[in-house]
Design a protein around this ligand. Structure first.
Ligand code: PGA
Length: 241
């Protein structure tokens, strides 16, 4: 594992964007696995700037997002499809047909999971998967449990995740309780993983994930078994390792 300890969130974001840009420069038709949440927003902003100012080219790339809330429409302001449009896709030259997010409105959850696994396979897997980490150690929405689930599945979110997500919702707005997520097998199948972590409140879980036992009780601990992980964190998040 390569670890970059950066001074603050801004520096972490800059480093992450440089690594993603390097991936795209070396392999313009890269399949990028993307993530939502507050952690990658700065990196997406920087990538959009690199596209506008330096012509960073996404035209041959494809993207596959980790997860989506079940029950939300793509144009719902709380959906992850909407998040990706607003934070990245609307600012770069990538065709809509080459960006993939699970369909929150699919009627048959099992079918949607199967379809999404087919999407991942049809692109030949993921070249670089961007990941954040939840305070309970989740990656994507693979919540702590008793087994690692390999493929895309529909999960009941834990109370702590629902609470953590509440900050993005308005007063009185319901936080979805279910989500589609790529499985641990698909994440581990990515040829390279770029893990981003920011803030003192993540210091404990990042230590447990990287130095503790490998267990489904801490889903991110499985990353210890991946041969090519780049961790970019800010000083507060990496203060315990
Ligand atoms: P955050 O979420 O980036 O908003 O902290 C990370 C996650 O829950 O995976």
């Amino acid at each position: 594992m390569r670890i970059y300890k950066m001074k603050n969130y801004e520096e972490m974001s800059r480093k992450a964007a440089i690594i993603i840009a390097a991936q795209l420069t070396l392999k313009p038709d890269s399949v990028l696995g993307l993530a939502t949440g507050s952690t990658p927003v700065g990196a997406y902003r920087r990538l959009a700037e690199m596209h506008a100012e330096g012509g960073l080219d996404f035209s041959r790339a494809a993207t596959i997002n980790l997860d989506e809330y079940r029950g939300l429409a793509p144009d719902d302001r709380q959906s992850y499809r909407y998040f990706m449009q607003v934070n990245l896709f609307d600012h770069i030259n990538i065709g809509g047909g080459r960006t993939n997010v699970p369909n929150g409105l699919a009627e048959d959850a099992a079918k949607e999971c199967h379809r999404y696994d087919g999407v991942i396979a049809s692109f030949g897997g993921i070249d670089m998967q961007l990941l954040g980490i939840g305070q309970n150690g989740h990656i994507g929405f693979n919540e702590p449990g008793t087994a690692f689930k390999k493929d895309t599945h529909c999960v009941d979110l834990t109370e702590s995740t629902i609470e953590a997500n509440r900050r993005f919702f308005g007063p009185g707005e319901d936080v979805p309780k279910q989500a589609y997520t790529m499985g641990i097998g698909s994440i581990m199948g990515a040829r390279r993983i770029l893990l981003l972590v920011s803030g003192r409140e993540k210091a404990g879980i990042i230590r447990e994930s990287l130095l503790g036992p490998i267990t489904p009780a801490v889903p991110a601990s499985v990353l210890q078994l991946h041969g090519d992980v780049i961790l970019v964190g800010d000083e507060p998040a990496l203060s315990l390792i």
